[in-house]
Design a binder for this molecule. Sequence first.
Ligand code: NAD
Length: 346
Amino acid sequence: MAVFNRVEFDNHEQVVFCSDQESGLKAIIAVHSTKLGPAVGGCRLWDYVSDEDAVYDVLRLSKGMTYKNAVARLPFGGGKSVIIGNAKEIKSEALFRAFGRKLEGLGGAYYSAEDVNITCADVAIMNKETNYVLGLEGKSGNPSPFTALGTFLGIKAAYQHQHGHQDLAGVKVAVQGLGAVAYSLCKYLYEAGASLYVTDINQASIDRVVNDFNATAVGIDEIYDLDVDVYSPCALGATVNDNTIARLKATIIAGCANNQLAESRHGELLRQKGILYAPDYVINAGGIINVYYETAPGGYSAQASTKHVEGIFGTLSEIFARSVTEQKSTHLIADELAQEIIANGL
Ligand code: NAD
């Protein structure tokens, strides 16, 4: 299987293929960079169609973590791991313990955490074999409120950039997905006086936000056609695509979902249309920032974490300003900023 000549390969420091016959573990750990600190990024359990797909995912996601951690100004490099298999069939104590031993074998070059199909409980099993895991229950706690705070401040930074002030009173925001992060985000927006238009595939989640924050419920697909100021994707990836860009009336896209742009070229398309895009990995870094404070000298402090998350406002403001000066899309400016921080240090 080709690795070194793939387009996703970006001089990753290590790509480790792991197996354990007894538990059935098949995993790949990619350490993209340890330039700023140990590589940190979650572990994903997925039933990949082929090993090539798993390699593609782990190479791409680990590089993404290097950039995310750098722009969040964390002393972390970037890494990611994937366990290959069907989550409903392969999960076991033996599997996660075996994976924990693989992490231990890397000697701290990489710290793992939760990601798709991996829960806090699974990470706790890994922790029986290694201390190279983060995001355990009872440590930094639920990251979602911190991600929500960063996203709220990101919306404010975008509004400030476009309108010269941050007063969200009367501003119309369409929120797609009303899960753990978006519920807290809606609370912040409601308290700031914004009008909320919301959708979810789960009726109970809609009812809660309609009742608690006087939101207006809209259809799953209708969310793209609303006459609103801000579109806030908080559910799925790839919702910013040729179809939706043609429909959106919002002039700001700022939400917590990962991988919002279907393709990189959509970032430039947004710039040309005058839609300000808050790059996903910058605006949604509140959760990883909070996890960092588990390892901070002096131990976890919610106050220190909150202060750090508040820095997302300034980082996004800088990215928006540079996008204007350099006439480049915000997501490319974010990547440039990451590369500068990696090259020059925090
Ligand atoms: P969650 O699972 O709690 O919420 C997702 C919500 O989206 C659910 O309520 C679900 O019903 C809804 N949804 C799913 N498909 C939908 C659709 N087609 N249309 C509308 N709604 C739909 O997840 P979360 O933790 O709130 O995270 C939301 C997003 O933010 C995810 O993309 C996640 O990867 C990203 N993110 C989360 C964090 C965090 O701290 N939790 C950090 C960074 C990024």
